[in-house]
Design a protein around this ligand. Structure first.
Ligand SMILES: Cc1ncc(COP(=O)(O)O)c(C=O)c1O
Length: 485
């Protein structure tokens, strides 16, 4: 059992020394009400103890820098190191969020240019960089819809999402105070148009969609869908989590979407997760612009930039300051280093890699036990069903996923989308080599062969990781996320 940093060290041990105080000490600056009764207990460790603790912890994790991470719907692509160098430049990293705009012109110009680039990718004219995640962008988009309808004296009550939708879509709908209405999926993996026609009426505020969807299928009926939604005065919202399949090739705005969110931490190489900052900018059509979060960046006639807070119809602020600036720098560096052609090439390669992997799995016979859930080809990701594998080999998708860890691969997304039995959602991204894709396909086929001989091997996997099989249901139902000291 690994000790926490609080359990290490000894009283008085330090990892740093402060320079002597060279200003007068002032007591009582902080009002009594804000002071703790007792000083907080902080770790007391030496620098080597501190460094070893965190380096060792990091080695117990599987990450994108140590191996292939085909986590479908998450676009775990390589984050170029160039972006880290640019984001670490003191002019970026030491900029204070309260800096007077007149003295932060370079930062505002970068954000302005990023807005223009994202507007071009979305095919919609206006962008707000404020939201801090894809789901936060979704909330912004649905609140914008609410503001638009309220401004026209309408109070609509429902939002539609397909049954392939990511869980954040229904969560957003509920959080924004709407009733959620599910749409069915047709035999091709797209929206069931008859179901949409039956449910679209003047009580509907919005339809939230992603295209390609989480089955890796591009919905060719998108123009008809947009027409049905717009006919009843609702907005069409694009969940941009799957933008990696279409950047520079087709634009949500041209498909008829009114509001789009981007996941800079998926398509635009801002690193994912780890509790760190994310970024989910939104792009909107002209008629939604007045409601954007405030302040907005404006450019004066003399070319200088400013922040405009006087936005009477705005939905207000979604967070402090302008958003996660470091994410903007990395994504802007990505867009500028690739250029328009490079972005298109990234998407084309992402689609090619996914189809190559699918073809390899087919050649190796793996699809006999793990058939493709919809279609013959895919976009940037594809969904297999582990139902025949479970029936014939007595191992579940979860067992296969755990056994992949022993082969040095992070498992794909499992049990999502919900409408596919024993789902396995695989997204290789454009940054992986052919050798890696081949090795992954071989590993998957090998696990199936092994299960035919002895299913208990996969059922008890993994064997090579710092922890073996965890009780994930208990962890989800009774999370211990804070330790009291
Ligand atoms: C399809 C889809 N939509 C929305 C989201 C939400 O994005 P975020 O995790 O940045 O909140 C995700 C990712 O988790 C996703 O895969």
């Amino acid at each position: 059992m690994t000790q926490t940093i609080f359990e290490k060290g000894a009283p008085g041990r330090r990892a740093f020394t402060c320079p002597p105080l060279d200003v007068p000490a002032v007591d009582g600056l902080l009002p009594e009400a804000f002071r703790r009764a007792q000083e907080p207990r902080l770790p007391e460790v030496s620098e080597p103890e501190l460094v070893r603790h965190y380096v060792n912890l990091s080695k117990r994790n599987f990450d994108l820098d140590s191996g292939f991470y085909p986590l479908g719907s998450c676009t775990m692509k390589h984050n170029p190191r160039l972006h880290e160098r640019v984001a670490a430049l003191p002019g970026h990293s030491r900029l204070h969020p309260l800096q007077d705009p007149a003295r932060a012109q370079g930062a505002l110009e970068l954000m302005w240019n990023l807005e223009r680039a994202l507007a071009e990718v979305a095919g919609l004219p206006h962008v707000s960089l404020q939201p801090s995640a894809g789901s936060h962008g979704e909330l912004a988009g649905v609140l914008l819809t609410k503001a638009l309808h309220a401004d026209h004296g309408e109070a609509r009550t429902k939002v539609l999402t397909p049954d392939t939708a990511h869980g954040t879509n229904p969560a957003t709908v509920t959080m924004a105070g709407y009733e959620l209405v599910k749409l069915g999926t047709n035999a091709d993996g797209g929206v069931d148009i008859d179901d949409l026609r039956a449910k679209a009426d003047e009580t509907v505020a919005c339809l939230m969609l992603t295209n390609p969807n989480t089955l890796g299928i591009f919905d060719h009926n998108i123009e008809e869908i947009a027409e049905i939604v717009h006919e009843v005065g609702a907005t069409l919202y694009y969940d941009g989590a799957n933008l990696n399949a279409v950047m520079g090739i087709s634009r949500p705005g041209d498909m008829g979407f009114d509001i789009v969110h981007f996941n800079l931490h998926k398509s635009f190489t801002q690193p994912h997760g780890g509790g760190g900052p994310g970024s989910g900018p939104i792009a909107v059509a002209e008629h939604i612009e007045p409601y954007l979060p405030r302040p907005v960046i404006v450019q004066g006639a003399d070319g200088t930039f400013d922040l405009d807070d006087h936005r009477p119809k705005s939905i207000g602020k979604l967070r402090g300051f302008q958003g996660n600036y470091g994410c903007f720098v990395r994504s802007y560096a990505y867009i500028r280093s690739l250029g328009a052609e490079g972005l298109k090439d990234a998407s084309e390669t992402a689609v090619l890699n996914a189809n190559y992997l699918l073809a390899r799995l087919r050649t190796l016979g793996a699809l006999n036990k793990l058939p493709l859930a919809y279609g013959e080809l895919c976009m940037h990701e594809f969904v297999l069903s582990g139902a025949p594998m479970k029936r014939d080999l007595q191992i579940r998708t979860l067992d296969l996923a755990k056994r992949l860890l022993d082969h040095g691969f992070h498992p794909p997304t499992v049990y999502f989308p919900l409408l596919v039995d024993e789902a396995l959602l695989i997204e290789p991204t454009e940054t992986e080599t052919r050798e890696t894709l081949d090795a992954f396909a071989e590993a998957l086929a090998e696990i199936l062969r092994e299960a035919a001989d002895d299913p208990s091997v996969a059922r008890n996997a993994p064997y090579s990781t710092p922890v073996r099989r965890l009780d994930e249901a208990a962890a989800a139902k009774h999370p211990v996320i804070r330790q009291a000291f």
